[in-house]
Design a protein around this ligand. Structure first.
Ligand SMILES: Cc1cc2nc3c(=O)[nH]c(=O)nc-3n(C[C@H](O)[C@H](O)[C@H](O)COP(=O)(O)O)c2cc1C
Length: 168
């Protein structure tokens, strides 16, 4: 698969089989995540790999409008403590780049994924902070559902010429 094909093939998956994701694949996903670009190379990210089913249920309840049944959750969080020594405050971009790397590699590994936003929704942030017992410096940005897909979605772009402004 070319990178472009993987990008088009990545779709949000909300229905999963109960097949678990191997530790080897989890490690690959985390290596991809931590290959992301990062402002001043501060790497302000933390990855909470949630395998515990009880904790997973608690996290899923924060998003009551969908019935996700993924076997694996990864919460990507910004460690703001690591930003304080520098003027850079790009933790959201850094962590988002890491999230996208996870989603793209997941696609290539035959896994489905769903990026669920946490920050800046205060109520989600607080609920997840409580469940994972996070200190004030750790800000959860995204909850990623991962697992083998039980629904099919076609590859696509959503290209719109009107969104392109050419400055020549
Ligand atoms: C920052 C962000 C937050 C999102 N939050 C949610 C969410 O809370 N629940 C959900 O089911 N999908 C969520 N999504 C997935 C989007 O709904 C999805 O990407 C969009 O509908 C486009 O579909 P596609 O991913 O298949 O291209 C989120 C995506 C992003 C980038």
């Amino acid at each position: 698969m070319t990178v472009y094909h993987t990008i088009l093939k990545r779709r949000t998956i909300r229905k999963y089989s109960n097949k678990e994701v191997s530790q080897e694949k989890i490690e690959q996903l985390l290596r991809a995540a931590m290959a992301a670009p990062s402002a001043n190379n501060k790497k302000p990210w933390l990855f909470y790999v949630v395998k515990n089913k009880e904790i997973q249920e608690q996290l899923k309840k924060v998003y009551s409008f969908f019935d996700y049944n993924s076997p694996l959750l990864i919460v990507v969080a910004g460690n703001l403590e690591s930003q304080r020594s520098k003027t850079t405050d790009f933790w959201q971009q850094d962590c988002s780049a890491a999230v996208q790397n996870i989603l793209l590699l997941a696609t290539e590994l035959g896994l489905g994924s769903c990026w669920c936003g946490i920050y800046p929704r205060k109520e989600r942030e607080q609920a997840i902070r409580k469940i994972l017992n996070l200190t004030d410096e750790i800000v959860p940005l995204a909850l990623i559902h991962l697992g083998y897909p039980a629904e099919e979605k076609s590859a696509r772009t959503q290209y719109e010429e009107a969104k392109v402004i050419e400055i020549s």
